[in-house]
Each structure stands twice: as structure tokens, then as C-alpha cells.
Design a protein around this ligand. Structure first.
Ligand code: TMP
Length: 392
């Protein structure tokens, strides 16, 4: 049974950055549910993929050194531990991961054709289609099967999970390995990072819920890693149940126990989370309003989808956060979705006359603080709302 535990109000598509501000930008009610049987957390309103993942999709995985390092490390591990002859990435974006493999070793699947173009140009075969059974069958025809499938921050964006895993099952070789990486529900609840919810994130996986989903396809998790990307993610290593080559690691038991102990299987945990989210909103607005009363200038750093959730939920506009800065080409000179807050191209001097910087990309806090030493040295302060609104 699906039970509602959070309502984040009206939210625009988080990656639809308009060139001009309009009150008419379409918004959808963002309500979050917990399934008491499957333990799966999901949003209620499902927007068709074709509306969200278009040929103008702005998000680029390779915009942060932290992500690039993480992908490099993983690709070294894949080569050493699993030695795939051929691997496939579902949601290959601009190639941040596959570019660590040679063009004969890795295939991409990326429905946003503006991004697929980038990896095609580098010589990688990239299917610019949505991941489904038809595509899996097509790739099977072209390559027979693949030894490893990897997908980061993508499968949770696809409504029909049965189709997702049926398609994986169809294409993966007998002893093939599936690696999935997504924000961790446990970290989200612990850090009170309600901004992990937006229209693209249909699901937020936990080990408990993912186990249930893949069980139907005779797949099982055999190892798991907590990683720092996206504010705390889980990397699940999955195999067919019949594959005896890999033993079930104790990391899996440890993670499951942690999730159970924290209460991820109980609805009451999510009600508590709701209370913390409401508190976070009040505290963030108090903090920002206090700063504004002192006539200080606040800007946003990292025009993230997460920041869009925060701005629209807390109703923060340009009178509070004057503008955002970002390095992503397709976000520059556009507006934060749903708000009249412009995004300017990042340059070294952009923080010169700024007192406070709201971290839209709080998940890259370390990377950003390292880059902005001069701002910190002259007394500039960062504001984060994770885990609680605070000046750091
Ligand atoms: P994400 O948190 O969804 O990955 O998005 C991070 C955003 O922050 C992305 O738009 C790139 C931007 N960004 C900067 O503008 N400067 C930086 O130094 C970093 C690390 C990210």
C-alpha cells in the first residue's frame, strides 16, 4: 500500500531552464509516497520521459572533478575485477564514464540526442533511445550480449521498472554483472536532503526496496559500496542468482541492517522526516531573511535540480537570492526553473562583491570550497541547508 509522507508543493521540471521568466512555466504537484509492502519510495505524478529527457537536456556529468574522479576510479575497478569484453552504460550522458574505456569496449545509451552526439563524436557507439525491451533486443542483434551493464542516476528516472530489468535480463550475458548507482534513501533521510526529490527522480532506492524489485528477475545484489557522489549514493553490484563466481559480501548485510535499524522499513520514519523537512524550510527562510535585513548580498552556486526543489518549496525568489552561477553551458543566461532568478556564467571574479553564497550544489561542497579559497579568506560565507540550514 502506498502511503503519502511528503508534499513539496508545485514544482516545475527540474532541468527545464527557461530563457525568460514566466509565471506560466508548467508546475506539477510533487508528493512522495512509501510503499509499506515493497518499501519503495516514489513520487506520485509521472511525467512522460519524452517531456523531460529531450534533445536539449542541460545536465552534464563531467562538470565536476569529483564526478570525473569517481568514474575513473570505478572504470579501473571494472577493468580489474570484472574484465568485461564489452560493457554498456544506460544513461551515458556526455561520456564521463565510458570515455575511460576504449571505443570497442563500451557502448552508450543516451536518449538525449544533444548528449549522445558528444559521445558519438568521440567514436563511441551510442544509441540515442530510451532504455526498454525494444532497444535491448536491437543491441542484442548488433552485439549478441554484453558482459557488464552500468547505470548511474538513470534507472530511478524510468517509470516501468519491470521493463527496465526485463530489458537488462535480456541483454546481459550469463555471467554478466550489473552495477547500479543512485542516491541512497538512507543518506537522504539522515541528511534531511528532501531536495533529492524532483519530477525526474521517480524512485529513491534503498537496498531493501531494490532487492525486492530485482528478485523477480533472478538477480541478486552481491556487493555494495557507499560512495560520496550526489550527497551520498549506493553502488549496487548485481549478478544472476545462478552465478557462483561471486560470493555475497558482508557489505550487503551491513547495509541492510543499517537501513532496518534506521527504520527505513517503517512508515513512522518517513513521518518524522516530514517534520524535519518543514523545520528545515522555516529555518532556511529565517536565516536568509536575517541576512537580507542586514543588506547583504546572497547568490546561489550550482544551479542544480536540487536547488530548484528548494527554491520552489521554500518560495525563494530573486529578492533573496539575487542570481545563481554555474559552469554548465546550457544553463547559462537562463532562469532557475519556476523562479525569476537568473543564472550567470561562472568566472573567477563572480564572488567578488558577494557576502553569502547559497550552495545549490552542496554535494560538491569540498570541491567548491577548495576552488573558492579567496572568497573564504576575505570573509565570504557559504550557506547550506544540509543537514540543517546553516552558515559554514
Ligand atoms: P548536480 O549536483 O546535480 O550534479 O549538479 C551540479 C551543478 O553544479 C552542475 O550544474 C554544475 C555545477 N557546478 C558548478 O557550477 N561549479 C562547480 O565547481 C561544481 C563542482 C559544480
Amino acid at each position: 500500500m502506498n502511503k503519502k509522507f511528503l508534499d513539496l508543493g508545485l514544482q516545475p521540471l527540474a532541468n527545464e531552464y527557461p530563457t525568460y521568466y514566466s509565471k506560466k512555466q508548467i508546475k506539477y504537484r510533487l508528493k512522495i509516497y512509501f510503499n509499506t509492502k515493497t518499501k519503495l519510495v516514489s513520487i506520485s505524478k509521472r511525467i512522460p520521459s519524452k517531456k523531460m529527457f529531450t534533445n536539449k537536456y542541460p545536465y552534464r556529468s563531467s562538470m565536476s572533478q569529483t564526478m570525473k574522479n569517481s568514474f575513473k576510479e570505478l572504470s579501473n575497478e571494472i577493468k580489474k575485477r570484472f574484465k568485461p569484453k564489452l560493457m554498456l552504460e544506460i544513461g551515458s550522458n556526455d561520456g564521463a564514464l565510458i570515455s575511460n574505456f576504449n571505443t570497442k569496449q563500451a557502448l552508450g545509451v543516451e536518449p538525449c540526442s544533444n548528449l549522445a552526439k558528444i559521445t558519438k563524436k568521440k567514436g563511441y557507439i551510442t544509441y540515442d533511445n530510451y532504455w526498454d525491451l525494444n532497444l535491448a533486443k536491437k543491441i542484442k542483434k548488433d552485439f549478441k550480449n554484453v558482459d557488464l551493464i552500468y547505470s548511474a542516476n538513470t534507472l530511478t528516472h524510468i517509470n516501468d521498472l519491470n521493463n527496465v530489468f526485463r530489458s537488462i535480463d535480456n541483454l546481459l550475458s550469463k555471467n554478466g554483472i550489473l552495477i547500479i548507482e543512485d542516491p541512497s534513501l538512507l543518506e537522504c533521510i539522515k541528511k534531511n536532503s528532501y531536495d533529492q526529490f524532483y519530477n525526474e527522480h521517480i524512485y529513491l532506492f534503498s537496498t531493501l526496496s531494490l532487492k525486492n524489485i530485482i528478485n523477480k528477475f533472478d538477480l541478486e545484489i552481491f556487493d555494495i559500496k557507499n560512495i560520496k557522489t550526489h550527497g551520498g549514493s549506493l553502488r549496487y553490484y548485481i549478478k544472476r542468482k545462478g552465478n557462483k563466481k561471486f560470493r555475497i559480501s558482508k557489505n550487503l548485510i551491513v547495509q541492510e541492517n543499517k537501513e532496518k535499524k534506521y527504520g527505513l522499513a517503517k512508515f513512522s520514519t518517513y513521518l518524522k522526516f516530514n517534520k524535519n523537512v518543514v523545520k528545515s524550510k522555516t529555518k532556511l527562510l529565517d536565516l536568509l531573511n536575517k541576512i537580507k535585513k542586514k543588506n547583504k548580498k546572497i547568490i546561489g552556486y550550482g544551479a542544480t535540480a536540487k536547488a530548484t526543489t528548494v527554491l520552489n518549496f521554500c518560495n525563494i525568489d530573486h529578492k533573496i537570492i539575487n542570481y545563481f552561477t554555474d559552469i554548465t553551458p546550457d544553463k547559462i543566461n537562463r532562469y532557475m526553473p519556476g523562479k525569476k532568478i537568473k543564472i550567470y556564467k561562472y568566472n573567477k571574479n563572480i564572488l567578488k562583491k558577494v557576502d553569502f553564497v547559497f550552495l545549490g550544489a552542496w554535494n560538491f561542497k569540498d570541491e567548491i570550497c577548495k576552488k573558492e579559497k579567496d572568497f573564504i579568506k576575505r570573509g565570504g560565507k557559504f550557506i547550506t541547508h544540509i543537514p540543517l540550514p546553516n552558515i559554514i
